[in-house]
Design a protein around this ligand. Structure first.
Ligand code: AMP
Length: 397
């Protein structure tokens, strides 16, 4: 039982369904260069269409300041129609007479794509008049765009209050995975937080120490924690002005009964480049002209061993500069260990956030973890424990 209204609760036959999707796809020379986002929304579109509703797709594209061809959703139509295997009718605005005419001319089950909602300033402003103008063309609203759910915009939040509102299947899968990760997890829970800087993940760390049993800190941000413990990190990426904050996070963790794990050894190099000459050193022995580019083998062993004792893993951020081999080793080894435990049915593992998706793809485990979220900002805000307006609006009762 989910806490959100889903398509199972919706009466669709003969209805006009306004469906908010994520079509913010990368383009190359006028063609869609990665169809991941399109592929993810197909089940929702097909189900609504097959159940006899007119599917009226709403989406934003880019960051337009008013109307411009470069940000028109028209260019996405061929890839969407191809993936769907059905025709898609494009309408050159998302509100107004033309939309009303196109919707009334459509037959039950037809799929329409309306022009970029952000061509109107009212979308991002969540302007009530704009919400009304959108709502007039629908009988119900389905949100399948988790990646935009941290924004309280007209098409992501306002509409959910103007019409009966439901989570699409992709949104539902994301919410169920995230709920199993942090809201209602099997314990013990481990979080791995890596990446470049502590400064971008302060809220996230503050929330996690209250919620998880073990917090593994990796990547460049671990260096700030090591420095806070009085260790010399040489030329490593390190926010020396945040060592006080790192100490505070350690204290909060202690008070909450959350174990913090930091690297005990490192791969240290003098140059920030692939295949740079490097050595493995205990974290206290990094030379003044060296930088830590990845966690060392003992650290990885410790994390993998601890991973074997937990039932849930939530992961954001790589252990090292994973784009530069061999400094991808810790990330890849831990990712493979996590994937194996998921495959054995022993672990729920949810990973997400921009670079984490490429790190998991690089490790070849994206399909083997329980869930990999491609939503950047929304995933991080969820890890920070912030309510997402677009999600809250779909909550039952
Ligand atoms: P983020 O976007 O905060 O998740 O950071 C990801 C980036 O952190 C990646 O591009 C990694 O190359 C980088 N990174 C991870 N560990 C280190 C490190 N020890 N030194 C420098 N950069 C790192």
């Amino acid at each position: 039982m989910t806490a959100f209204r889903t398509l199972d609760d919706a009466d669709l036959a003969g209805k006009r369904a306004l469906v908010r999707v994520d079509l913010n796809v990368p383009m190359d020379n006028g063609a869609v260069s990665d169809t991941t986002r399109i592929d993810r929304i197909l089940p929702t579109i097909r189900e609504i269409s097959d159940k006899g509703a007119k599917v009226i797709l709403l989406a934003h594209f880019g960051r337009p300041k008013g109307r411009d061809d470069k940000n028109s959703l028209k260019q996405v139509v061929p890839a969407l129609a191809h993936a769907l295997g059905r025709p898609v009718t494009f309408v050159e605005d998302c509100i107004g007479e033309d939309v009303a005419k196109a919707v009334s001319a459509a037959k039950d089950g037809d799929v329409l794509l309306l022009e970029n909602t952000r061509f109107h300033a009212g979308d991002e402003k969540n302007d009530p008049d704009f919400v009304k103008a959108l709502a007039t063309n629908g009988d119900l609203y389905v949100n399948d765009a988790f990646s935009a759910a941290h924004r309280a915009h007209a098409s992501t939040e306002g509409l959910a209050h103007a019409l009966p509102a439901y989570a699409g299947r992709t949104m539902q899968a994301e919410l169920e995975a995230l709920s199993a990760g942090l809201d209602n997890p099997a314990r013990p829970v481990m979080a791995i937080v890596g990446g470049a800087k502590v400064s971008t993940k302060l809220d996230l760390l503050g929330n996690l120490v209250k919620k998880v049993d073990v917090l593994v800190i990796g990547g460049g941000m671990a260096n700030t924690f090591l420095a806070a413990r009085g260790l010399d990190v040489g030329k490593s990426l390190c926010e020396h002005d945040l060592t006080g904050t790192a100490r505070e996070i350690e204290e909060k963790a202690k008070a909450a009964g959350c174990q913090i794990m930091l690297p005990v050894d490192a791969m240290a190099a003098r140059e920030f480049k692939a295949h740079a000459e490097h050595r493995i050193v205990p974290v206290g022995e990094v030379a003044a002209d060296e930088m830590i580019l990845d966690a060392g083998p003992r650290s990885v062993e410790e994390v993998v061993a601890r991973l074997g004792t937990v039932k849930t893993l939530v992961w954001n951020g790589p252990f090292g500069a994973f784009e530069l081999p061999p400094f991808d080793k810790a990330t890849v080894t831990v990712a493979k260990a996590a994937a194996k435990r998921v495959q054995d049915g022993a672990l729920v593992a949810v990973a997400g956030g921009g670079d984490t998706v490429s790190a998991m793809n690089h490790a070849g485990v994206a399909e083997q973890l329980t869930y990999v979220s491609t939503a950047g900002g929304a995933f991080l805000e969820w890890m920070e424990g912030k309510p997402l307006p677009g999600v809250e609006a779909l909550r039952k009762g």
